[in-house]
Design a protein around this ligand. Structure first.
Ligand SMILES: *[C@@H]1O[C@H](CO)[C@@H](O)[C@H](O)[C@H]1NC(C)=O
Ligand SMILES: *[C@@H]1O[C@H](CO)[C@@H](O)[C@H](O)[C@H]1NC(C)=O
Ligand SMILES: *[C@@H]1O[C@H](CO)[C@@H](O)[C@H](O)[C@H]1NC(C)=O
Ligand SMILES: *[C@@H]1O[C@H](CO)[C@@H](O)[C@H](O)[C@H]1NC(C)=O
Ligand SMILES: *[C@@H]1O[C@H](CO)[C@@H](O)[C@H](O)[C@H]1NC(C)=O
Ligand SMILES: *[C@@H]1O[C@H](CO)[C@@H](O)[C@H](O)[C@H]1NC(C)=O
Ligand SMILES: *[C@@H]1O[C@H](CO)[C@@H](O)[C@H](O)[C@H]1NC(C)=O
Ligand SMILES: *[C@@H]1O[C@H](CO)[C@@H](O)[C@H](O)[C@H]1NC(C)=O
Length: 405
């Protein structure tokens, strides 16, 4: 009897200690055997002291925590993802060594009040989310103590200046995203990315660049380049010629008026080129897209293109989709679309253009009959003239209606 009471007490004690160590801290929400611990948006002002030892993902975001004590995460040997966003932290919030945890891979410091990249970051982490902070300048010291970063997300800061050598320590960076900042021409040197020889993805979305960046010394490893929503007017000839591994270029919602001949020369791995909602009015010639032998999708909707020369698409032997809705096309010479050159072409958008439906584009209307699925939304391609067919769509007209006086 005594014996079993004793055993019972011992077992309870053992269970109690277990429960304390592995319990979910009050207010927090734990999942997957307490490996995922959500303490975000709970109003706490300190890091809970009783975090489960096997925590892998810890979300402390959107609280009123002012600082992280040195031993806050001590003993959390499996901690990999630490989310600290939305706490008004500054550079001095992490007490000496608090984040010196070699298991951490992903760190989220978004929505804070940092003026610089904090020091004392985890020694071996690969991903830094640093959205929405008021930082204006990256210096040569910014990443000296964080060379393990591979994914650097700096969207929605106030970056105006990237000093020389700022990114140099990031020799393993595969993505650098500095979109939604205040970068202008001259904010960074053409040599800024010269040490990032593993970089795959570089994003400058919605900054204030007026001239196309000088990419001569950008890493050749680049696969995706994004200058969406800037104020760049011209894509110069040979603008990207050294970036021969590029697969996608995005320049939509910008101010591009002119694409010079040979702008994309050398990019024979490019598969997607996206110019939607720019202001391109330059004539498209057989050299505009020269060299794009692997291109599959060309997005050019909502521009002001009024002339596409025969031959413009002929070199794009892999092209599948051509998107030219909402441009300023009135006519196209026979042969612009020629399945002899573009054997895989299967989708063409031409609607919402001011077409003059006379004999000069009868060939195009004939193409709709000959290849019924090729040209999309023919009911939305409405003729602007000549008077007998004005206001009528390609869907209700037939080739014989396309006549010249
Ligand atoms: C905490 O963050 C997770 C995403 O990481 C989210 O799904 C959850 O709704 C958040 N909890 C609260 C209370 O906001
Ligand atoms: C980080 O912790 C390791 C031991 O885990 C120690 O050797 C190293 O000096 C610490 N680094 C800093 C900057 O505190
Ligand atoms: C650093 O991280 C890599 C994986 O990203 C891992 O293989 C390596 O063991 C880590 N090094 C240390 C010291 O934790
Ligand atoms: C870069 O990656 C390599 C290979 O994974 C690794 O050996 C090296 O330590 C990394 N460099 C830094 C600065 O993290
Ligand atoms: C690009 O930058 C390099 C190095 O600074 C320079 O030599 C080259 O002339 C520049 N190219 C253009 C088109 O400005
Ligand atoms: C491009 O078109 C011009 C005529 O406008 C022609 O002389 C030239 O040979 C063509 N070039 C290519 C590469 O097709
Ligand atoms: C559209 O093209 C016509 C000639 O076909 C030209 O007069 C007009 O300026 C162009 N409009 C724009 C916005 O480019
Ligand atoms: C056309 O598409 C087929 C099937 O996807 C592919 O095998 C072929 O290489 C493509 N042709 C060209 C010229 O890209």
């Amino acid at each position: 009897m005594m014996n079993s009471v004793f055993t019972c007490v011992v077992i309870s004690l053992v269970r109690l200690t277990f429960t304390i160590a592995d319990d979910c801290p009050s207010l927090c929400d734990c999942r997957d055997d307490n490996t995922i611990v959500f303490c975000n948006s709970t109003g706490i002002s300190e890091v809970p002291k009783d975090l489960p030892q096997n925590t892998v993902t810890l979300n402390l975001g959107y609280n009123n925590i002012k600082s992280i004590p040195k031993d806050a995460f001590k003993g959390l040997k499996q901690l990999q993802n630490l989310e600290l966003g939305g706490n008004q932290f500054t550079e001095t919030s992490f007490l000496n060594g608090a984040l010196n945890i070699s298991s951490i891979r992903t760190l989220d410091l978004s929505g804070g009040s940092y003026m610089t990249i904090p020091q004392g970051l985890p020694p071996n982490f690969t991903t830094l989310y640093f959205f929405d902070n008021p930082i204006t300048t990256l210096t040569a010291n910014s990443f000296v103590n964080a060379p393990s970063i591979e994914y650097l997300e700096l969207r929605y800061n106030q970056l105006k200046t990237i000093e020389d050598h700022a990114f140099d320590p990031l020799v393993n960076a595969s993505e650098i995203d500095i979109s939604f900042n205040k970068l202008v021409d001259g904010s960074f040197s053409p040599l800024s990315f010269v040490k990032n020889q593993k970089l795959l993805n570089l994003e400058f979305r919605f900054n204030a660049l007026k001239t196309f960046p000088n990419t001569t010394h950008f890493p050749r490893s680049l696969q995706h380049f994004d200058v969406v929503g800037n104020q760049i007017k011209v894509i110069p000839a040979y603008a990207l010629r050294t970036l021969t591994n590029l697969q996608t270029i995005e320049v939509w919602e910008g101010a591009i008026t002119t694409v010079e001949d040979n702008a994309f020369y050398g990019l024979n791995k490019l598969t997607i080129l996206d110019f939607m909602e720019d202001h391109v009015s330059s004539v498209l010639t057989n050299l505009t897209f020269n060299g794009l032998t692997a291109l599959k999708q060309l997005f050019f909707d909502s521009n002001q293109v009024s002339k596409i020369e025969v031959g413009t698409f002929h070199g794009m032997t892999a092209i599948q989709e051509l998107w030219f809705s909402s441009n300023n096309l009135t006519t196209l010479e026979e042969g612009v679309f020629d399945l002899k050159y573009n054997k895989n072409l299967s989708v063409i958008y031409l609607d919402f253009n001011p077409w003059i439906c006379d004999c000069h584009i009868r060939w195009l209307r004939q193409m709709i009959d000959d290849h019924p699925d090729l040209i999309q939304d023919t009911g939305l391609s409405v003729c602007k003239g000549p008077p007998p067919v004005a206001g009528k769509s390609w869907a209700v007209l037939s080739p014989k209606d396309f006549v010249c006086k």
